[in-house]
Design a protein around this ligand. Structure first.
Ligand SMILES: C[S@@+](CC[C@H](N)C(=O)[O-])C[C@H]1O[C@@H](n2cnc3c(N)ncnc32)[C@H](O)[C@@H]1O
Length: 388
């Protein structure tokens, strides 16, 4: 049972549903799921990320690692410090949410006198960028003065680190239906009569989707059962290519929930990984609560690695979140806290970040580097690259 929508939420959702119905009508009654997700999340002023709902954190719809604890950002800062020490330059964070990770990373780097030249943020949501500015305005001046917000990726070559936590899963994805060797695209249409809402509607797959599905299914060890539904995010490749094009020297550090391809497209995962988040409840119906709920799909890290290699980047690390955070000093950060309530709170947050049944296993870290040959300490405890 999902909580009911407030009157404002219902009104907002109806406005976005009207926009989607208009787009459907203009496109002959069928939309790719990718376009539906793009409008549901990013339609200017109306999409989930573009409009004003709380979204992240305990008062919102879902909680990310940086929202669970500043420990997350402090560990990420360790990895940044190591790379920055070698290559210099700055940090670029993509999709910075509420700005919590930026605050934690800058605080940790300042404590080691290792501030980056700049901490740039590229955020597609004007609403979240506004909140980031307000939240980070309270930082001490020497940290605040490093911050800049960008409208697009830098046009000049970047040295340093690019960070993206839970951004790849928010890129609009396509859905497909695989049935006895045939691939169809699962798009969106409008029902009629007693069921007038949005619904799944298969259609012929275009060449790009068919090629992608055939390649990925051809690479699997086990055959997929009939009527297998899943997602593929074709936008990952141009996204990583764009990051690769701007990174001259340093590392892209991606963290997200996801799997290597052979585990992602497992025969038993026959309904895919699409998930929606509304007021801390997860469910799998993207066609309700449009504009007031998050829609995400897990990340195929093999696709990310392939995209990285195609962009001339080295896949320099792949590990679970638990392994990355533990290798990056998580336990020492907790141990540093004075005994008592603060220590107990931090220990609880650390558990949530690393326990396998919480975020520790489902979330992964991946490093893509250019011109950086030294081992990355965040990946010292685990190397899962052979699974990609
Ligand atoms: C699930 S939230 C994660 C927020 C934050 N990184 C965190 O971990 O709390 C996804 C974020 O990515 C942003 N986003 C989505 N696509 C993006 C893109 N192509 N470039 C930059 N930001 C993007 C969204 O606006 C949002 O801030």
């Amino acid at each position: 049972m999902l909580p009911p929508l407030s009157a404002d939420e219902a009104q907002h959702s109806e406005r976005l549903a009207a926009l989607l119905r208009g787009e459907l009508a203009a496109c002959g009654g069928w939309l790719s799921f990718e376009r539906f997700m793009e409008l549901a999340l990013y339609a200017p002023g109306l999409g989930y990320y573009s409009a004003g709902s709380v979204k992240l954190g305990t008062g919102g719809d879902f909680v990310t690692g940086p929202e669970v604890s500043a420990l997350f950002g402090r560990c990420v800062a360790r990895q940044c410090r190591e790379v920055l020490r070698a290559v210099g330059g700055g940090i670029l964070e993509l999709g910075a949410g509420t700005g919590r990770m930026a605050a934690a990373v800058l605080g940790e780097l300042a404590a080691h006198d290792a501030l980056p030249e700049r901490y740039s943020i590229l955020e597609v949501s004007a609403d979240l960028a506004e909140r980031q500015r307000a939240a980070l305005a309270g930082l001490p001046p020497r940290l605040r003065e490093r911050l800049v917000w960008l409208e697009r990726l830098p046009q000049v070559p970047l040295r340093g680190v690019i960070l993206a936590n839970e951004v790849a899963d928010a890129l609009p994805c396509r859905r497909f239906l695989w049935n006895d060797g045939q691939v169809q695209e699962l798009g969106v249409a409008l029902g009629s009569g007693a069921t007038p809402g949005f619904r799944d509607q298969p259609a012929a797959a275009d060449a790009a989707l068919a090629r992608a599905c055939e390649a990925l299914i051809g690479s699997l060890a086990d055959p997929l059962p009939p009527r297998y539904v899943s997602e593929v995010c074709l936008r990952v490749t141009p996204w990583i290519a764009a990051l690769g094009a701007c990174l001259e020297h340093g590392a892209v550090l991606l963290s997200d929930y996801g799997l290597p391809r052979r585990h992602y497209y497992h025969p038993q995962r026959s309904g895919g990984t699409l998930r929606c988040h509304f007021k801390q409840r997860a469910h799998d119906d993207p066609y309700i609560n449009v504009g007031v709920q998050d829609i995400t799909a897990w990340v195929d890290f093999t696709r990310v690695a392939e995209a990285g290699s195609a962009a001339g980047l080295e896949v320099s690390g792949f590990a679970t979140q638990a392994a990355f955070l533990l290798a990056s000093g998580l336990e020492a950060f907790v141990a540093e806290a004075a005994a008592g309530a603060a220590h107990a709170r931090l220990a609880g947050e650390a558990r949530r970040l690393i326990m396998p049944e919480e975020m520790g296993e489902a979330f992964k870290f991946m490093a893509l580097t250019r011109g950086y040959d030294a081992p990355l300490s965040g990946f010292a405890l685990q190397d899962l690259r052979h699974q990609l």
